[in-house]
Design a protein around this ligand. Sequence first.
Ligand SMILES: Nc1ncnc2c1ncn2[C@@H]1O[C@H](COP(=O)(O)OP(=O)(O)OP(=O)(O)O)[C@@H](O)[C@H]1O
Ligand SMILES: [Mg+2]
Length: 302
Amino acid sequence: MRPEHPFSSRLAFFTGKGGAGKSTVVAALAVEARHRGLRPLVVELGHRASMQAIFGARHIGHDPVEVAPGVHAANVEVDRALADYVARNVPVDALARRIASSASLRRFFEAAPAVGEVLTLFRLEQLLGTDFHPILVDLDATGHALMFLGLPAVFDGLVPAGPVRRLLDGFARLLADGTHARLHLVTLPAQLPVQETLELHARLAGEVSVRLGTLFVNRVVPSPLEPGLVPTLGEVRAHDAGAAEDLGLLRAACARHADAQRQIERLHAIPMPRVLLPLDPVRSDRAALARLGALAATEGAC
Ligand SMILES: Nc1ncnc2c1ncn2[C@@H]1O[C@H](COP(=O)(O)OP(=O)(O)OP(=O)(O)O)[C@@H](O)[C@H]1O
Ligand SMILES: [Mg+2]
């Protein structure tokens, strides 16, 4: 298995433009991981509930629940993570409970920048202590993901020795070590998502020391016909006047496909293995999700 393969590292992070298909790709890969005998866990950030919809599951909470045979999912709930964090770091139980349930402390934590993200890190560290593999983390869109993965640098010099420092240092080490963590990108073969992916990749190189995995190009439509084979309007009219309308639609589909191909070409500037995933309606369709997962986990890439 190549090192950038989504199952080779323990922690696999996914990001990309909003709506590109991050949650779908994560869910599909989890199904495939199970198919290969692994024990996958999908982790979502608390404010999302995508996995519930994708797997048709009941409430997914802080503790992992089985959402499909052998596939588990959990949400990072910041309140719960805070309670655990305080319990871990404040030695006296009763005091820890009072701190964690204090309204003023909660307000402080809500106002302080990046505390939710630090607590998310803490939760991931806890989950790394379980036997799940791979742990597939469905990050938010690119801006937030950059902030999250850049936490150790953001806090550099700001947080002295102590539990948060230890947590950040541990995370920085984890990110830098590709056997433990990889960041995968999900994009669409269209102008704006491709532009954003190119920019994200450039920023990642400069701002975050994380090992990169696979670039997933999602919702790729197959060619309706080789462009050179589409007859001209004049040729069709000469045979069948009624077919001119159909021909117009075909030409438009070919033009859209050609544009998608041009966008995929632009992605060649990113030195990551690429996997193209077809447009295949997946929501509430386990078989389609499994198909997509099998394709997403192919070693090949172009
Ligand atoms: N390969 C695909 N074929 C068809 N539909 C797809 C495919 N991938 C994703 N979709 C659909 O596209 C929509 C967006 O997908 P998804 O929710 O996975 O994106 P996302 O990047 O996680 O979005 P968000 O940024 O809102 O979290 C969903 O309706 C999903 O079912
Ligand atoms: Mg999502």
